[in-house]
Write a protein that binds this ligand. Structure first.
Ligand SMILES: Cc1cc2nc3c(=O)[nH]c(=O)nc-3n(C[C@H](O)[C@H](O)[C@H](O)COP(=O)(O)OP(=O)(O)OC[C@H]3O[C@@H](n4cnc5c(N)ncnc54)[C@H](O)[C@@H]3O)c2cc1C
Length: 206
C-alpha cells in the first residue's frame, strides 16, 4: 500500500529483487495518487506498508505461460526475475495498435500459443477483461491458471472488506487466485465494487 500524505493511499505492486537493496514502483499516471507519485523528484518521500497477500506460487508447474497487460506486467516481471531466473524464456510482445511487437490483442496471442504447445499452468495479471478471456481459454484447454485480481483496497489487511469478491477478500486471500477459487466468484470478469462498496459493471468509473 503506497501512501502519499495529503492525497490518499492505494495498492501498488512492488518491483524488488533478491539481493538488491533498492525497490521500486511502476506508475501509470492517472488520478491523484499516481500523479503525485509521478511528480516526485529525487529525495522526495512517500510511504509504503506491506507487502500483503499471496503471490503466484510455482508448486509443481514447470512449463508456464505468463500473460501480462499494462501495469499487470510489474508483479510478473518481479516474480519472473526472482523465482524463474534460471529458466529459459520465450517472450512475445503484442500491442493493440501494433506500435510494439505484433499487432494483436493479448487473448488472441494466448489462443495461438496454446494451439502450438501445452503448458502446466498460466499465470496472468492485467486488465480483468483480458484475464477473463485468458481464463476461459485455460478452462477450455483444462490448463491450471492463477489470476491476480485488482479491486479497491482500503485497509489492505482483510478488515474493511472493500475488496470482497465471492467469499474472498482480494487483499488478504489474493490478489492471486487459482481456478478453483475463481470458479466460486461469479463477479469475476463482470462486476466489481466502487469506492462506496456498490457493485458496478467492470468498466464503470470509481
Ligand atoms: C494489487 C494491485 C496492484 C496494483 N499495482 C499497480 C502498479 O504497479 N502500478 C499502477 O500504476 N497501478 C497499480 N494498481 C492500480 C492502482 O492502485 C490504481 O490505479 C489507483 O486507482 C491509482 O490511484 P489514482 O489516485 O492515481 O487514480 P484513480 O484511479 O483515478 O483513483 C482515484 C481515487 O480513487 C481511489 N481508488 C481508486 N482505485 C483504488 C484502489 N484500487 N484501491 C483503493 N483506492 C482506490 C483512491 O482514492 C484514488 O486516489 C494496482 C492495484 C492493485 C489492486
Amino acid at each position: 500500500m503506497v501512501w502519499v500524505p495529503g492525497v490518499d493511499e492505494v495498492p501498488m505492486s512492488v518491483l524488488a529483487f533478491h539481493g538488491r537493496s533498492e525497490a521500486g514502483v511502476v506508475i501509470k499516471k492517472g488520478g491523484p495518487v499516481s500523479t503525485a507519485l509521478w511528480e516526485k523528484k529525487a529525495g522526495d518521500k512517500f510511504w509504503v506498508r506491506g507487502p500483503y497477500g499471496h503471490p503466484f506460487s510455482v508448486g509443481h508447474h514447470h512449463k508456464l505461460l505468463v500473460v501480462g497487460g499494462g501495469t499487470g506486467l510489474v508483479p510478473l516481471i518481479s516474480w519472473l526475475l526472482n523465482e524463474s531466473k534460471d529458466h529459459h524464456f520465450k517472450l512475445v510482445f503484442a500491442t493493440d495498435d501494433g506500435t510494439y511487437g505484433e499487432k494483436n490483442q493479448v487473448p488472441k496471442v494466448v489462443d495461438h500459443v496454446l494451439k502450438e504447445g501445452t503448458f502446466d499452468a498460466i499465470y496472468t495479471c492485467g486488465p480483468e477483461p483480458m484475464m477473463k478471456l485468458v481464463y476461459d481459454l485455460a478452462m477450455q484447454k483444462r490448463c491450471h491458471i492463477q489470476v491476480s485480481l485488482e479491486r479497491v483496497f482500503k485497509c489492505g489487511i482483510g478488515i474493511c472488506a472493500a475488496c470482497v469478491i465471492g467469499p474472498y477478500l482480494v487483499c488478504h486471500d489474493g490478489p492471486v487466485f487459482s481456478e478453483r477459487e475463481l470458479s466460486g466468484m461469479p463477479e469475476f470478469g463482470k462486476t466489481r465494487r466502487d469506492l462506496s462498496g456498490k457493485r458496478v459493471p467492470l468498466g464503470a468509473g470509481h
